[in-house]
Design a protein around this ligand. Structure first.
Ligand SMILES: Nc1ncnc2c1ncn2[C@@H]1O[C@H](COP(=O)(O)OP(=O)(O)OP(=O)(O)O)[C@@H](O)[C@H]1O
Ligand SMILES: [Mg+2]
Length: 399
């Protein structure tokens, strides 16, 4: 069910001058009418206490902070100044620009931006967000958490709903991966980290193809395609949902060439039969030279053991022996949706609007309204860790 491109700027809410600014990268104050007031009257951090650091990323740090007057906790993302002339870091402005357009229950809630002075008297910029409980990377790779099919389906549904909304705003996220998907205390998916997001649908624009974390990067990007569109996010979402089933990375290449080879081994060779305009892509010649030998598509056989279930639970390989075959089912709809999301030819990938209508979401087990079970499992595993650490430190576990 290949999807039609959602019409750019369909709801007319995106200020086209912002998009032009984004592409020309000119002075923000002159060309950025909606954001300019926000960056001029940016406020300061005096009313916040720093509770602790949540993460340190490539462009800054994320802290848990407490608003002293309201006693509310939030997450504060602080941006590094990359160079002497970097008065307002570009990644901060990009993220601010996009966040200002997005308000949805599956997008992390942006509260405001703030500034402070560092030791050298430079302005440092921050974005304040609702505080979420954990990110998906932590939940997928936590051995104490079970991922029954109903949790996979509910998580996938909420991610796709959030992404559909982003695409309807003519924005592509360009860095969908587990660490950028947060889960709130109320068990809701919240898409975060818009530092690589940009607008799509402007003709004749050269978009950078060196975006998106390598493991989640779509084949057209790996082959140097530009311009490209929202379909790059559809590929990343497919890789991420497969990771929810398998709990190991699907395509763990460490270079662009290795990643393309891994994709060929999993989905078959890229050629004109499966991706008619592949030969026009900038890195095609180098790909063809390195991946001459025919590769069979192995995706179905790789995902199959993880898509075999008894009731809501995954079967491990050893469980197949002696299992009453009548009770075992194969999650055919889930695998079918993944195959569509992971089409080599981007034009065969469904729009998120179409993906959300897929039978997977209409069949047993039906997705839940929230991920309370996942939050409870995460909280339990954290308590277990605290108890274990206390034991190691010679303290009795707290009741
Ligand atoms: N609102 C939030 N609530 C709780 N944790 C958060 C929040 N925002 C971010 N985090 C945590 O901080 C991490 C980094 O945040 P984010 O991805 O926005 O920053 P980044 O600097 O772009 O990181 P990276 O370069 O590693 O992608 C997330 O993976 C998540 O674990
Ligand atoms: Mg991130």
């Amino acid at each position: 069910m290949p999807g039609a491109l959602p019409p750019p700027f369909a709801d007319g809410k995106v200020d086209l001058r912002l998009v032009d600014w984004y592409y020309t990268q000119e002075s923000v104050e002159q060309n950025f009418p909606t954001i300019a007031p926000l960056t001029r009257d940016i406020g300061d951090l005096e009313e916040y206490d720093f509770v602790g650091m949540i993460s340190e990323g490539s462009f800054g740090k994320v802290f848990c902070v407490l608003n002293k007057p309201s006693k509310q906790y939030s997450a504060l993302k602080t941006f590094y100044r990359l160079g002497k002339d970097d008065l307002k870091p570009q990644s901060f402005l990009q993220e601010l620009l996009v966040l200002n357009e997005l308000k949805h229950k599956h997008i992390v809630r942006f509260i405001k931006c703030c500034s402070s002075k560092n030791d050298e008297d430079y302005d440092v910029f921050h974005l304040l967000f609702e505080l979420c409980r954990f990110d998906l990377q932590k939940a997928i790779y936590n051995k104490n958490i079970l991922w029954p099919l109903i949790t996979i389906k509910t998580t996938a549904l909420q991610i796709l709903k959030g992404l559909e909304y982003i695409h309807r705003k003519s924005i592509m996220h360009r860095d969908i991966k587990p660490a950028n998907i947060l889960i709130s205390n109320h068990g809701m998916v919240k898409i975060a980290d818009f530092g690589m997001a940009t607008f799509y649908g402007k003709p004749n624009i050269r978009l950078d193809s060196e975006i998106c974390t390598l493991h989640y990067r779509a084949p057209e990007l790996l082959l140097g395609c530009s311009p490209y569109d929202w379909r790059v996010d559809v590929w990343s979402a497919g890789v991420l949902i497969t990771e929810l089933y398998r709990r190991v990375p699907l395509l763990g290449g460490s270079t662009v060439d290795e990643q393309l080879t891994n994709i060929s081994r999993m989905f078959g060779n890229i050629n004109e039969l499966v991706y008619p305009c592949c030969k026009q892509l900038p890195r095609w010649a180098s790909y063809e030279k390195k991946n001459g030998a025919p590769c069979e598509k192995t995706f179905k056989s790789v995902i199959k053991p993880y898509a075999m279930r008894v009731g809501k639970h995954k079967l491990s390989q050893k469980d197949f022996l002696g299992t009453d075959s009548m009770r075992v089912f194969y999650d055919e709809h889930g695998v079918n949706l993944l195959e569509l999301l992971l089409s080599l030819d981007p034009s065969n990938r469904p729009s998120l609007t179409d993906a959300l209508k897929h039978n997977w979401f209409k069949t047993e087990p039906h997705p839940r309204k929230n991920l309370h079970d996942l939050v409870n499992a995460f909280n339990l595993s954290q308590n277990h860790n605290i108890a274990k650490n206390n034991e190691l430190n010679g303290e009795a576990p707290k009741p």
